[in-house]
Design a protein around this ligand. Structure first.
Ligand SMILES: *[C@@H]1O[C@H](CO)[C@@H](O)[C@H](O)[C@H]1NC(C)=O
Length: 374
């Protein structure tokens, strides 16, 4: 491209940009660190974004995927924004999102946890990226909730039979701390009374049919799980067998809870006994504070503000899936974000872009700005 064409392009873009929005895009640097170097507690980023993996199945229609809005509200309440990661994304899309997010949340649900199933394979790839990033000194936190803990257990142990069936549905439980809990960065970051409340009251909302028995964790065949994760707490299934309710990686900022910290403040289905006491809701907030604080130690960022806004959850609207007139599983979630299959997703996005941005030139301008900064 000749210089004159470039100048023309820039002028046209600037004009169009002015007309379209009247605003300037913040630079990539402005999206990232708000302080120079490491701030208090190693924070390098006061605008953290959490990536949350979508999953197929109820309440999403066939071919679609979902995130229960409670997970999104949970991290938002602690000062983070959310980017959904569709379980059926390509490798390139996953890498682009990974380079933009500051932490990963693997939520609960009922997806198939076997290699060859897209949800599992995508989760495994994201965990691989997270471990590799941390190995390179790129601090990147991961938290798994319920199915998220189960997914992490299979990925790390490499054993698809590590889960046991158990009866712990609708079973808020106290946490039985292990010796290792004393030296846990996660538990030590929580206010001490939260740790005590989790022990003395049934604040941890357990709601699962599978889990990792302590006996499975101790089996020599599952050595890889034990080498990677330490167990911070156990809880008891209805038949009295102890299973892992909280764990934390030995060398990585990776935590997992079989219980649901997000439900206490944000889910209201009356067929479940979700704890809603002030102590229960305070716990929800403090666990979110911990996870989001971890994400503030990561400086991944989108290439520019437009790319970031294209990915953010604000492009979608939640549905009221918990309405009493609805039936089945979907009622478990008060609000749910539903994501279309890849084709549908693109169509939706193109439409949205036409409405919201309207201008091809704006995109070119953003590219030009990014090129100038590089
Ligand atoms: C997987 O875990 C189960 C449950 O602990 C155990 O019985 C089995 O031996 C393990 N399988 C392999 C291949 O390691």
């Amino acid at each position: 491209m000749t210089l004159s064409r470039l100048v023309l392009l820039a002028l046209a873009a600037a004009l169009c940009f002015q007309l379209a929005t009247g605003v300037r895009l913040p630079s990539a640097a402005a999206l990232r660190a708000s302080s120079n170097g490491k701030g208090k507690d190693g924070y390098v980023n006061e605008r953290p974004i959490i990536g949350i993996l979508t999953q197929p199945g109820d309440p999403a229609p066939k071919g679609y995927s979902y995130i229960a809005a409670s997970y999104i509200k949970w991290v938002e309440a602690a000062g983070a924004r959310v980017i959904p990661i569709m379980y059926d994304m390509t490798e390139q899309e996953l890498q682009d999102r990974f380079a933009t997010i500051n932490g990963l949340l693997l939520p609960g649900g009922g997806a198939d946890l076997r290699p060859g199933h897209m949800f599992y394979d995508t989760a495994a790839r994201l965990v691989e990226l997270a471990v590799a990033a941390n190995d390179k000194g790129d601090y990147f936190p991961v938290h798994g909730t319920c199915l998220g803990l189960e997914t992490l257990s299979i990925i790390i142990s490499g054993n698809t039979s590590i889960l046991s069936e158990m009866d712990a549905e609708d079973a808020p439980a106290p946490l039985l701390y292990t010796q290792e809990a004393q030296h846990s960065p996660f538990l030590n970051a929580l206010p001490p009374h939260i740790v005590t409340n989790l022990q003395n009251q049934a604040l941890a909302m357990e709601n699962h049919m599978h889990g990792v028995l302590m006996t499975s964790y101790e089996e020599p065949a599952n050595r890889r799980l034990k080498d990677f994760f330490k167990v911070l707490s156990l809880s008891l299934a209805r038949d009295g067998l102890p299973y892992i309710s909280t764990m934390e990686a030995r060398k990585y900022p990776i935590t997992a809870t079989q219980w649901h910290p997000e439900k206490n403040a944000f889910e209201w289905v009356t067929s479940l006994h979700i704890p809603h006491s002030p102590d229960a809701v305070e716990m929800t907030q403090e666990v979110a504070n911990f996870f989001v604080s971890e994400a503030r130690k990561n400086s991944h960022a989108a290439r520019d503000a437009l790319e970031e806004s294209d990915m953010l959850i604000y492009n979608w609207k939640p549905e009221y899936t918990g309405r009493v007139t609805r039936g089945g599983e979907e009622q478990d979630f008060e609000q749910t974000y539903i994501f279309g299959p890849p084709d549908n997703r693109l169509a939706g996005r193109k439409q949205q872009q036409q409405q919201q941005e309207g201008c091809w030139w704006r995109r070119q301008m953003a590219k030009l700005l990014a090129a100038l900064q590089a």
